[in-house]
Design a protein around this ligand. Structure first.
Ligand SMILES: NC(=O)c1ccc[n+]([C@@H]2O[C@H](COP(=O)([O-])OP(=O)(O)OC[C@H]3O[C@@H](n4cnc5c(N)ncnc54)[C@H](OP(=O)(O)O)[C@@H]3O)[C@@H](O)[C@H]2O)c1
Length: 211
């Protein structure tokens, strides 16, 4: 059975994706910097690696077939962490994955990462970091899926999404739980191959929307 490394498994999306995979009896390696954040998870399919993403975390990739990068520096840290996590840790994750023969790398990117110059906002350094991490993955030779969610909300999962960007920017949103279900679907469905798409709350079942 395949083994999936989830980087950022203590995060909101990362933990929900971890739980979905474990419920589906998938082997998960959860990479976190504080394992107490997963103390409520009890599964024979779970192993935890405690490691800070600012260091060398190549060992965590060993023996994994798939990697989901769901980590992020978050809105309350500075540009230094944007560079170290959103850019550099994501870049290292793809490099380690290539070195360890990972079959599929799933990146949680962001709306706007395709063209950081398209908006003038405080988010631009973050979008540049996401853009460059995505570009590194695209050029890595790995099989990849890059998921670019709209602005995240904490609504419950509707499990209905769209990959078409709404014209109204205020509607370019998606719940974290829906993103976790998208990641779960990608990770458990074979055949995803070198694709990039944005995701929003919408009206299509996930499998139909991303096929
Ligand atoms: N906010 C938005 O509207 C938006 C939109 C599109 C895409 N995104 C992307 O969505 C993704 C996840 O979002 P989320 O809300 O689930 O994020 P989150 O809850 O803030 O989770 C971030 C995760 O990254 C981990 N992390 C950060 N620095 C680390 C380090 N040095 N070493 C180890 N782990 C580290 C955190 O660990 P700890 O638990 O230890 O802190 C946590 O597990 C991010 O990639 C973000 O860029 C966000």
């Amino acid at each position: 059975m395949s083994k999936t490394l989830i980087i950022g498994a203590s995060g909101q999306i990362g933990k929900m994706a971890t739980e979905l995979l474990l419920k589906n009896e998938q082997n998960v390696v959860a990479l976190v910097r504080d394992k107490s954040k997963l103390s409520d998870l009890d599964s024979p399919f779970l192993s935890i690696v405690e490691q800070d993403l600012e260091g060398d975390f190549s060992n965590a990739v060993n023996g994994c077939d798939q990697v989901i990068f769901a980590a992020g520096s978050g809105g309350s840290t500075g540009t230094d962490k944007t560079v170290l996590i959103d850019l550099w840790a994501a870049t290292k994750a793809a490099t380690y994955s290539k070195e360890h023969g990972v079959k599929h790398f799933i990146m949680v990117s962001s709306i706007g990462a395709d063209d950081p110059d398209a908006i003038e906002s405080d988010l631009k350094p973050y979008l540049v970091a996401k853009h460059m991490a995505d570009r590194h993955l695209i050029n890595s030779g790995l099989n990849y899926t890059i998921v670019r969610p709209g602005s995240l909300t904490n609504e419950n999962a509707s499990k209905l999404i769209s990959t078409e960007r709404p014209k109204d920017r205020d509607k370019a949103i998606i719940s974290r739980e829906n993103v976790a279900h998208v990641l779960f679907t990608i990770a458990t469905e074979q055949g995803s191959n070198r694709c990039i798409f944005e995701v929003f709350d919408g009206d299509k079942p996930i499998k139909a929307a991303i096929k």
